[in-house]
Design a protein around this ligand. Structure first.
Ligand SMILES: Cc1ncc(COP(=O)(O)O)c(C=O)c1O
Length: 371
């Protein structure tokens, strides 16, 4: 009551809303959790196997392998590609830190590249500038749900690992994120477009050999827990999370449409006259995971939105190459667009539950900001 009174009777609009879309699924989720408890099998059982089949079909890839989280998914995908000591992996700096953090555990070095200011994604040109004879792979991040131009990057002759952590539900003319590169990774962190009730992730690929290696790597480098062929990882999606994800997966398409519709509502409400809107990569249909605008005075705008009860967040003010742990690999990185968008981006409310009324509230609050 107090908050609404302070806002002159207007309702606060949260940055994201994971609860409302899940509410109608609650009874089904409870029943599926109970069924797992009744069976008493919690690791690599029938739920994980079924989820892997269903998720691979959704993505349009031959294989999906459930792993513990989206960060491990990247490390395992890189290792399956043979990335190791002495190699370089090109990665954008304007992304969640984990995209880069996943590289050093393979023994390889991250090489940071720039992004496009309008799409926030890497391009063939930004990647090309970072290639060297030691480049073994490129991580193309489908940032905020946009879809990076994977085919153009692959045409440079280096295998592309798609970091699709934020892009479940997005589409491109060439297929969905997860089916565009040599191998792809997903996170099912709870706030993601498809979110578990804890950590979870997946690797997808059309390549039988890569899939086989990732399956071994997630299971101590073994097929049978008796013979250990590789020094692997213990990194498995668990049965409870898989059961929960299976209830949600049939709804991902409708939720993604709602995200797209909310983006269209922002445009229709005139937000583009006030700030720079995110631009879909040519021909793609992002399921906006985060709706990220740019404004010269982003921090002041953020403060003003906060006063109006509008959720907001600057996700990557300090991009990956400026993080202390990346110092060793960041020397000499010149990333002017990354520096610019790091300072000017701001996520505003986005979720499948965002109503047109809420969009109008957000746009009114942005309009009231004395630019
Ligand atoms: C772009 C990106 N890559 C990787 C990750 C890592 O995923 P996780 O948190 O499941 O390890 C995330 C999300 O957290 C992400 O947003």
């Amino acid at each position: 009551m107090q908050a609404a009174a302070n806002l002159g009777g207007r309702l606060p609009v949260p940055l994201f809303d994971t609860k409302t879309p899940l509410a109608p699924l609650r009874a089904d989720i409870d029943a599926r959790i109970a069924a797992v408890l009744d069976r008493g099998a919690f690791i690599l059982g029938s739920e994980v196997a079924a989820f892997e089949t269903e998720f691979a079909a959704y993505v349009g890839a031959r294989h999906a392998i459930g792993v513990a989280n989206g960060t491990d998914a990247l490390t395992l995908a890189l290792r399956a590609l043979g990335v190791g000591p002495g190699d370089e992996v090109v990665v954008p700096s304007f992304t969640f830190y984990a995209s880069a953090e996943a590289i050093p555990p393979t023994g390889a070095s991250p090489v940071f590249c720039d992004v496009d200011p309008d799409t926030f994604c890497v391009t063939a040109e930004t990647v090309r500038r970072a290639l060297t004879p030691r480049t073994k792979a490129v991580i193309a991040v489908h940032l905020f749900g946009n879809v990076a131009p994977v085919a153009e990057i692959a045409a440079l002759g280096v295998p592309v690992v798609e970091d699709a952590a934020q892009a479940a539900g997005s589409r491109s003319p060439a297929g969905r994120p997860g089916a565009l590169g040599a191998i792809a990774t997903f996170s099912f962190f709870p706030s993601k477009n498809l979110g578990a009730f804890g950590d979870g992730g997946a690797v997808t690929t059309d390549d039988d050999q890569l899939a086989d290696t990732v399956r071994m790597l997630r299971f101590h480098g073994s097929r049978d827990k008796t013979t250990f062929e590789l020094v692997g990882h213990n990194s498995r999606l668990d049965e409870l999370q898989a059961a929960i994800l299976r209830v949600q997966l049939p709804h991902l398409e409708a939720w993604s449409e709602r995200r797209r519709a909310a983006g269209a509502d922002y445009e229709a409400a005139g937000l583009g006259e006030l700030v720079a809107l995110p631009v879909p990569v040519d021909g793609t249909e992002p399921a906006w995971h985060l709706y990220v605008i740019r404004h010269e005075h982003a921090d002041a705008l953020a403060a003003s939105l906060g006063d109006a009860g509008i959720g907001h967040k600057a996700y990557y003010r300090v991009p990956a190459h400026r993080q202390p742990a990346m110092r060793e690999w960041a020397a000499g990185a010149e990333l002017p667009v990354t520096e610019e968008v790091a300072g000017t981006h701001l996520a505003i409310p986005m979720s499948p539950a965002l109503s047109r009324e809420q969009v109008d509230e957000v746009v009114a609050a942005v309009r009231a900001f004395p630019a």
